[in-house]
Design a protein. Structure first.
Length: 634
């Protein structure tokens, strides 16, 4: 199905043009490959343009890889289903014929509109070159303004690909695409009893459909409201999304309108619930580990009935992650997919609020859940009369292409919920942003680590030659994986073993992907000479605490709250910035040299110091005591 244009018609034929030769077509195919964008978008992109282009060309069909920020391969194939019947390169088809036929390369890029409004464009190919390599195009469709979207969303200052951010996050978050237009879920628009305005455009992304309509609210009104908010922050207490959504709720029966039987959802709970933990998804990450620790301590130590509610995605294929030892706290708990029951509704926070009011647990813990935070922001005032509400913000690190949850939700939830973090560094940041009167709502609850759940190193010193390092984590750009690659490139004799939940195709022969690690006790810890941790930003990285407990030397950047735990010389710290000791990779090489030179006795003393610092701050007893204090049971 062709995308609908702003005038309500489907895209038709563009102005006639001369056919281009196959040689010219190939040249344009290569020229429109944006190497800088490709490396930004794909963590596994090779470091040189030729290899990156080959990787794209090989994966454009099967993997749906994109050549630049203005062409979405998978979306283009979905909009043109006739192409699925033939073995065709979608980008090549677009350049050869789709562009001339007015087919869109992207849900919010209208090439006909750009051709009509930007002077000096001689051909469709010139238009694409200007998009990919040029500057100065503001409106990529009649209703999306890049300048407006960036100016009115200061949290996106570091986001390069605004169009991708809007379709993956902005539309769902109800961010306006421009001053004169707004976007609604198609289901909401189509089921409205009162017209919300003429349909300007409609697009689909990841199974969700959206409609573009004129925006009846002028910027000046919002400016007045935000100016008032500078004087009286209480105006924002219901949440930043409440005001532009006021006209969307008319008090009709939510159960019928939202296409959900929440009574049936309630029946899935096996008993009365004392505590509900809200998680966005089941995976193996820091948030999930923290939630598992909460579940274990609440159920085993505090004798609470706990339910885990997965709010934003749920796939039965994720069930194997529950075999991970680090998530063992989820075992024997009620795990329910709220998303599976409520994914059809456009008002998940409403339904979740109804569910929580029906359950009336003693407490709710929201762990990185977008739906959970939105529910607290909009309905926290009512919910807090019946239950204690807590939400976690571990750091200021961004979520996918968007802002950190703390930037989006902190001001909206702080009046209704306690804010938890596992590190003081994050809380200090929040204190600087909040009025002093709200500081008592901030709580520190460091995670706990159990030395029984990690292997113990028997070999105290470094091996002669020291040539094997351990790295564990998600192979993503914000983990500074380029440091790992550069370190391996400098020293081909050093082996670096990677353990990651996603499959990795190592770019160098001396980097070995060893699979997913469900239980740290499966590691042959004595095979390694040091653990290397590389990350751009963190809260309190659990894996660093666990590795310190093994007795393995740990090399890590000074990020998040690590200095709160490791105040002495237990860890080998480097800086993510250039220092007098050189680049971060230079510093890592220098620390490896120090470890090689230390005697077995001195190295054992340093690792024992690190182990003692973890035990002193991150014990199970301290964690349980902190939970009792939060719940008012001390």
């Amino acid at each position: 199905m062709a995308a609908r244009r702003h005038d309500g018609t489907t895209a038709g034929a563009a102005a006639p043009r001369e056919p281009i030769s196959s040689v010219e077509l190939q040249e344009n195919y290569v020229r429109l490959f944006d190497f800088a964008w490709y490396r930004y978008r794909y963590d596994d992109a090779p470091a040189d343009p030729v290899s990156a282009f080959r990787q794209f060309r090989a994966g454009v069909r099967e993997e749906g890889r994109n050549p630049n920020g203005f062409f979405l391969s998978s979306w283009y194939m979905e909009q043109n289903p006739q192409l699925k019947q033939v073995d065709v390169d979608p980008f090549m088809h677009f350049l050869a014929s789709g562009l001339g036929e007015g087919l869109r390369p992207h849900p919010i890029i209208d090439t006909d509109h750009i051709a009509r409004t930007v002077p000096g464009i001689a051909s469709h190919i010139d238009l694409m070159k200007l998009l990919v390599h040029g500057d100065g195009i503001d409106r990529t469709s009649v209703w999306f303004s890049r300048d407006y979207y960036r100016r009115h969303n200061p949290d996106l200052a570091a986001v390069r690909d605004l169009e991708s951010h809007f379709i993956t996050h902005g539309a769902r978050e109800r961010r306006n695409p421009s001053r004169d237009y707004r976007v609604l879920p198609a289901q909401e628009y189509d089921s409205a009893r009162v017209s919300k305005g003429p349909e300007i455009d409609r697009f689909e992304w990841a199974g969700d459909a959206f409609v573009v309509i004129p925006n009846p609210v002028a910027d000046t009104i919002f400016d007045q409201i935000y100016a008032q908010g500078e004087i009286d922050p209480a105006i924002f207490a219901p949440g930043p999304l409440t005001l532009p959504s006021l006209n969307l709720f008319d008090g009709t029966d939510i159960e019928t309108r939202d296409l959900i039987d929440y009574r049936g959802l309630l029946r899935e709970f096996r008993a009365e619930v004392d505590v509900v933990i809200l998680l966005p998804r089941l995976g193996i990450g820091g948030g999930e580990k923290y939630a598992a620790q909460l579940a274990r301590t609440l159920s085993k130590t505090l004798r609470k009935e706990v339910a885990i509610l997965v709010t934003d995605s749920f796939d039965d294929e994720n069930a194997p992650v529950l075999r991970s030892h680090s998530l063992s706290g989820f075992r024997h708990q009620t795990i329910l997919s709220f998303h599976k029951h409520a994914h059809r509704t456009w008002k998940k926070p409403n339904v979740l609020a109804l569910l929580l009011l029906a359950l009336k647990p003693e407490a709710v813990f929201c762990i990185n859940s977008d739906t959970g935070n939105a529910t607290i922001a909009q309905y926290g005032r009512a919910l807090s009369h019946y239950m204690k509400l807590f939400t976690t913000f571990f750091s200021e690190s961004p979520q996918a292409l968007g802002a950190p949850f703390s930037a989006i939700y902190l001001d909206a939830v702080i009046g209704h919920a306690g804010v938890l973090s596992d590190n003081e560094n994050a809380l200090a940041t929040f204190r600087r942003r909040l009025p002093t009167a709200l500081h008592p709502h901030l709580h520190l609850l460091p995670q706990y680590c159990d030395d029984k759940s990690v292997p113990q190193r028997r070999r105290p010193g470094a091996r002669a030659g020291m040539r094997k390092l351990l790295w564990i984590g998600r192979w993503e750009a914000f983990k500074n994986v380029d440091f790992v690659v550069e370190l391996a490139r400098r020293d081909p004799d050093t082996e670096i073993h990677l353990f990651s939940p996603q499959e990795i195709f190592p770019p160098l022969a001396n980097i070995a992907y060893r699979g997913r690690l469900d239980d740290l006790r499966d590691l042959e810890i004595d095979d390694y000479d040091a653990f290397l941790f590389t990350s751009r930003f963190e809260g309190m990285p659990n894996i660093v605490l666990e590795m310190a407990l093994t007795g393995l030397p740990v090399i890590a950047p000074e990020v998040g709250g690590l200095r709160e735990t490791f105040r002495k010389d237990g860890l080998f710290f480097y800086s993510n910035r250039d220092t007098e000791h050189g680049t971060p990779v230079d510093q890592i090489e220098r620390l490896l040299g120090q470890i090689r030179k230390l005697s077995a006795e001195r190295l054992a003393k340093r690792t024992a110091t690190a182990r003692a610092e973890v035990a002193a701050r991150h014990g199970a007893a301290q964690f349980a005591q902190g939970l009792r204090r939060l719940l008012g049971e001390e």
